[in-house]
Ligand binder design. Structure first.
Ligand SMILES: [Zn+2]
Length: 634
């Protein structure tokens, strides 16, 4: 994959951070970055590295590793301890070494679904791979402990990480390569500039990608948003050409966000794909690959250099305290002011829920239909994106963290409050495991099939490629919702056309207002029965405002029950079908779990397999047209 864009090795490889030694660029200078334990040497003296300590165990060849909390040793030290990334050298080929990471935050869910650390041996392995044996995990006094062993393939230095890394240095290399490539293309407009600087002075990259249509003679007004250095300010475009913003890595340890981002970027740059051409023709893309470069460079899990969660300050980002969020919000408000802002997507990773899904704002019913249709269309374009896990709840707009910070300050909610924009999403993707998926149908224009449909048979583990598929689907779904996709999968799906999909979305809301206080639409699943109803019936009744507010609990006491009952009566067949199918789904998951258990029991020592307590999953190795396209970058 990387060779196709002119790199000899994976973009993500451990490299010294050229900015970490520059005065003023770091507040972590005093920390230990190397440990010698007998023959073995451990190190984290590179960009994104994280280890706090290494202690040899009494058993030969076993080591206790301590994760360094975000901002360790400072007044603002946090309790976030999950990201680790270190190198080991001094071993011999075929030697087996055991590692215990002893003080992590509790991540039992991930490891019960067979999450594994990844390793990479420069010059030997071509890419990051999961370690070969399952991880054991348990709660301990120091927090949460995972144990894993590794048989070294060679005596070369080998790197291990929580999840496939992507540091600022990796990003710099990828951006430079993409820039070199894109600037030679005359079929697109490309500009790479610096949006602003982090608290510690690291640049925040901003890419502009679009076609040349609608390009104006002037550059964008550099003073309209606080770019420190806009020597190469992007060209302005006709405001009719809408702005599509993507941000990633506000939470530094959430590297799946970057892999989704890179899939998005790779598809957008496809030279010949008619969908990519259409996307560039219709939108001006503003892409920010790393919002929090300090956190990424320091090897943090969730915080910036001051121990803050930057995704809680979008409501009122103070430029001196949170220059990163300030720069991003200013950029977005600039386009909002011009009347051209259309889509904002913020990419994250998730540790508890499987699969990939969206957090959407809770909107008025007509707008909500648009967001339901978009997320459903994304799912129809990608087997790894799970519509059933998407949340549209009001509660998810204001829920508070343990430390009292509210989601009102998140990118998604705060930008919605400032702009009333419909298409603002947080996309969450599990670190390891896709959820149970549905089939993807043919992408066709009726005569020619651009990409045939396929089905992923069982729950899969994510790879860089399958993460990338999600990024691509976020783009194609937007073409679909606008009815601009020349090869839409909608026609070959059960929905057939936009009107049926719209009717279905409307009935979905109607049914969902019955769920407890409209808590989460994700509790109910879209079902064939409802599609059939939408296809055969006249348009379903639109959800009444009053019924939504009744379900929200703000509709006044007495009539509330009655209203609920009347909506229930109107939709009871639909709801019954939904709950039956939900039960089916649960049953199929239970059966699958049982089958896995049996397999393990047959496969070997039952006590060991019970102790491991993991659901072993296959690595995603499905070869489809879609995958091949993702590999061919341009
Ligand atoms: Zn996040």
């Amino acid at each position: 994959m990387w060779r196709a864009i002119g790199l000899d090795e994976p973009v993500a490889s451990p490299q010294l951070d050229p900015s970490s030694s520059v005065e003023g660029k770091g507040n972590q200078d005093g920390r230990q970055r190397e440990w010698s334990c007998g023959r073995l040497k451990f190190r984290t003296d590179f960009d994104s590295g994280n280890l706090g300590d290494v202690i040899p165990c009494t058993k030969e060849g076993e080591y206790d590793l301590w994760v360094r909390p975000d901002c360790s040793g400072q007044a603002c030290e946090t309790k976030h301890r999950t990201w680790f990334y270190f190198g080991v050298s001094g071993q011999s080929a075929n030697e087996v070494v055991s590692f215990n990471v002893v003080n992590m935050n509790k991540q039992a869910k991930l490891y019960s679904f067979d999450m594994r650390p990844v390793y990479f041996t420069p010059g030997s392995t071509e890419q990051w791979l999961p370690t070969s044996d399952p991880v054991r995990h348990q709660a301990v006094n120091s927090g949460f402990k995972i144990s894993f062993s590794h048989r070294f393939e060679s005596a070369r230095e080998t790197f291990f990480a929580f999840c496939i890394p992507f540091s600022c240095t990796d990003n710099e290399r990828l951006m430079a390569t993409v820039q070199k490539h894109a600037e030679q293309r005359d079929d697109l407009y490309f500009c790479r500039e610096i949006l602003g600087y982090s608290k510690h002075g690291r640049p925040i990259d901003l890419l502009t990608i679009t076609s040349k249509g609608g390009m104006l003679d002037s550059a964008e007004a550099p003073l309209s948003y606080p770019c420190v250095d806009r020597g190469d300010a992007a060209r302005a475009f006709d405001p009719k050409k809408k702005i599509f913003v993507v941000t990633s890595r506000v939470h530094p340890g959430e590297t799946p966000a970057t892999h989704v981002f890179n899939g998005f970027l790779g598809f957008l740059l496809q030279r010949d794909d008619e969908r990519a051409i259409k996307l560039r023709e219709k939108f001006v893309f503003k892409l920010i690959p790393i919002v929090n470069p300090d956190g990424v460079s320091f090897g943090h899990y969730r915080s910036d250099s001051q121990g803050q969660n930057l995704n809680r300050f979008y409501d009122d980002p103070k430029p001196d305290l949170y220059p990163e969020t300030f720069a991003v919000k200013s950029l977005i408000m600039y386009y909002f002011g011009k009347g051209s802002l259309e889509v904002c997507i913020d990419l994250h990773a998730h540790a508890n829920r499987m699969g990939s899904f969206a957090y959407c704002n809770h909107l008025g019913s007509q707008q909500q239909i648009d967001t339901i249709m978009y997320t459903k269309l994304v799912a129809m374009n990608c087997p790894y994106f799970d519509f059933r896990s998407c949340s549209f709840s009001e509660r998810n707009m204001s829920i508070k963290d343990k430390n009292g910070e509210s989601k009102e300050g998140s990118n998604r909610v705060a930008l919605y409050r400032s702009t009333n924009l419909v298409h603002i999403y947080t996309i969450e993707t599990n670190y390891s495991c896709a959820s149970l998926t549905t089939a993807v149908t043919d992408a066709t224009d009726g005569t020619k099939t651009l990409s045939p449909g396929y089905k992923v048979q069982s729950r899969k583990k994510f790879t860089v490629d399958s993460f990338g598929q999600i990024g691509k689907a976020l783009l194609v779904g937007m073409l679909d919702v606008r009815e601009w996709n020349p090869y839409s999968r909608l026609k070959s799906s059960e929905f057939k056309n936009m009107q049926i999909l719209r009717n279905w979305a409307s009935s979905y809301i109607n049914a969902s207002v019955l769920s407890k206080k409209f808590k989460s639409l994700s509790a109910l699943s879209p079902k064939k029965s409802s599609v059939a109803a939408a296809a055969t019936d006249k348009p379903l009744p639109k959800p009444r405002r009053s019924s939504i507010s009744a379900a929200r609990g703000d509709g006044g006491g007495e009539n509330k029950k009655e209203r609920r009952k009347s909506i229930f009566d109107q939709n009871k067949e639909l709801i019954r079908a939904m709950s039956l199918e939900n039960r089916e789904r649960r049953r199929s998951i239970a059966l699958q779990n049982e089958a896995e258990k049996d397999k393990r029991a047959v496969g070997g020592d039952k006590s060991v397999s019970d102790k491991l307590n993991v659901q072993r999953l296959e690595l995603d190795g499905v070869e489809t047209n879609e995958n091949i396209k993702a590999v061919r970058w341009f």
